[in-house]
Design a protein around this ligand. Sequence first.
Ligand SMILES: Cc1cc2nc3c(=O)[nH]c(=O)nc-3n(C[C@H](O)[C@H](O)[C@H](O)COP(=O)(O)OP(=O)(O)OC[C@H]3O[C@@H](n4cnc5c(N)ncnc54)[C@H](O)[C@@H]3O)c2cc1C
Length: 363
Amino acid sequence: MPVMMSSTIPRGMEETMSRPLQRGHRTSLGLNSMGRPVFKTAVYQKRRSHRSSEVRDVSLEVVRSLLIFLSRRKLLRKWMETSTLAQRFAARFVAGSSLEQALTVCRELNSEAITVTLDVLGESISSIEEAAAARDAYLRTITAIHENGVQGNVSLKLTQFGIDLSGDVCRANVGQLVERAAALNGFVRVDMESSEYVDRTLGLVCDLHDKYRAVGTVIQAYLYRSKNDIEMLNARGIRVRLCKGAYLEPASAAFPQKAQVDANYIALMQLLLDKGSYPAIATHDEKMIAATKAYAASHKISRDAFEFQMLYGIRRDLQRQLAKEGFRVRVYVPYGRAWYPYYMRRLAERPANVLFILRNMFK
Ligand SMILES: Cc1cc2nc3c(=O)[nH]c(=O)nc-3n(C[C@H](O)[C@H](O)[C@H](O)COP(=O)(O)OP(=O)(O)OC[C@H]3O[C@@H](n4cnc5c(N)ncnc54)[C@H](O)[C@@H]3O)c2cc1C
């Protein structure tokens, strides 16, 4: 299944598409007992004077919920991952189907003074054998990064290593990867998945950090608990990547409004810049980036003390601009055949992407 290397979307297109998704009404959404996305109309009855924008926002939220819901559908996944047309669209966010293709992308980024973190796509596996295969694919990737002199590390998800099947198996798999990375002067970032995994992820990362050091994790600004988690990780010297959060969470766990998430992101960014261990500020939001630059400048925090991170295929102009300004920039480069859930989350972050794809399908 060759995932095409060239993007079907013109460079910079994401910047010219319609206004960003407003997440202001996430509280009104969720999955019903059948696992289907639902929304409650209470939110858009709240301020009738802004009815049209309210309706549009709620519609965007419905599309977003639907995309996240579809990201978990196995049959659709199977069809998409084997469809040539779907693969063409996935190429916007996925660097290729093979390690070789991904390494080519990494070299190109490195030549622009941008480092990488490689993600071997795959999550929510259903057998111990699949978990072992994922571990072996990551071992090959960590070794290839070292042997090819790529300026980069790896990012992984615990559901790809069997955390839903056996905590011990998952720990042994990921332990092997961190051990190998430590031996090669590398680093493993454990991505954060939905809120049900946070405790297990932090527990595993702390244990492996005690043993090998070469591991860090991710904190999501939309979760209420994140300030406490960052304080704990800072105290242990564990590297944190700060992101907004990409999963559908209930209002009991996560800030329901985009403005609240953004405010928390800035507070957590400051906490990390003050007391963190080489934090990664992962966002494409120019306001978050400007706030980070301003805070670093006013507190005399060196540009080498932190890095910005962005996703492959999103805001390439901003990635290059920051690197040219002398900031450290790392791009998250996913590759592999199991691209469907990752791709659907990227679409959900910006439903305008779906319209763009639909328009192009009929050209
Ligand atoms: C390096 C990296 C690693 C990440 N790791 C995790 C993780 O482990 N766990 C997790 O839950 N989430 C992770 N995320 C995803 C993150 O939580 C957000 O969902 C995602 O980054 C979008 O949020 P934003 O900060 O860019 O801000 P938003 O406010 O969502 O977006 C700001 C602007 O960025 C652009 N943009 C954002 N997303 C897209 C897109 N998909 N397509 C086109 N344009 C877009 C648009 O111009 C938008 O206006 C990661 C993100 C990055 C950059």
